[in-house]
Design a protein around this ligand. Structure first.
Ligand code: SF4
Length: 276
């Protein structure tokens, strides 16, 4: 079975993820990658991402994702996103704290393209949200999301919580907030903290094995991985338990390695703990 056939059959997820960088202006309590301003950057060159995105489309993948670190720390990110969204529908993950007026203006070409910015918001009030994510995070997200929506950019809101810790009242308040900002219910995700990186250090989150998470091909400066939850960092060292290949170009090499592994799993095995 080819990669394209496997994607069409649903055997292989259609999205390819790229870790654009590992540094971040925040240092969240549960960060999988131990990201922080001083973290090793591990930047994946934008030209490499564009080349591999084109290969992904030719292989039959259907979607792209950009994550980090905080991707918007890269000066050329708006232009990179504009190029990627013309290759395949793209989602970029962000902490939502870097959206100055100037940066939003540079995102104007993205309006109408198949691109979504997925912004983290973990609690419906500043105290609890900022305790995990840093001072003024809530206020910055609350300011950025409506501006991005007004600029014609699709925004998704991602809430990451300890398993079973989001009670109904908090969930309802989060939904009131994102609806008031122009983000519909289908663009609000709630997902568990994953016990890797800093979350592992502090005993937070859900423990998983690779068969419980979708096999979404993930490309980093250090190689390819089973999932975006693979290339995590603990005590400064990259985790390699979910490493597929050190070679990422041609993309067919890691794609075929992933396909060979996925072929041995029972259907539906990746849906057990609700990680998206
Ligand atoms: S969780 Fe995201 S926003 Fe927080 S430190 Fe890690 S990369 Fe940065």
């Amino acid at each position: 079975m080819s990669v394209a056939e496997a994607v069409q059959a649903g055997t292989l997820p259609g999205r390819v993820w790229f870790y654009s960088n590992y540094h971040c202006n925040l240092a969240c309590t549960y960060c999988l990658t131990e990201s922080a301003p001083s973290a090793r950057r591990r930047v994946l060159a934008p030209a490499t991402i564009i080349e591999l995105a084109g290969q992904a489309r030719r292989l039959g993948f259907t979607d792209l994702g950009i994550t980090g670190g905080e991707p918007f720390l890269l000066p050329s990110l708006p232009e990179l996103l504009t190029e990627l969204a013309q290759v395949l529908p793209t989602v970029v993950l962000s902490n939502g704290t870097l959206f100055t007026e100037a940066r939003i203006a540079r995102l104007a070409p993205l309006a109408g393209l198949p691109l979504a910015i997925q912004i983290s918001l973990d609690a419906p009030d500043p105290e609890r949200n900022d305790e995990l994510r840093g001072p003024e995070n809530f206020a910055k997200v609350a300011a950025a999301v409506p501006q991005l929506v007004r600029a014609g950019i699709r925004v998704r809101v991602a809430t990451t919580v300890e398993p079973d810790r989001l009670d109904e009242a908090d969930h309802a308040r989060l939904c009131e907030l994102h609806r008031s900002w122009g983000v519909p219910d289908e663009d609000h995700l709630v997902r568990p903290v994953i016990r890797r990186g800093r979350a592992d250090e502090s005993g937070m989150g859900v423990v998983f094995d690779h068969s419980q998470i979708p096999a979404e091909l993930t490309i980093t400066a250090d190689g390819s991985f089973w999932s975006p939850f693979g290339p995590t960092v603990r005590q400064g060292r990259l985790d390699t338990d979910l490493l597929l290949t050190r070679t990422v170009d041609p993309l067919s090499r890691p794609a075929e390695a992933l396909l060979a592994l996925v072929g041995g799993l029972p259907a539906g095995a990746d849906a057990q703990i609700g990680i998206r």
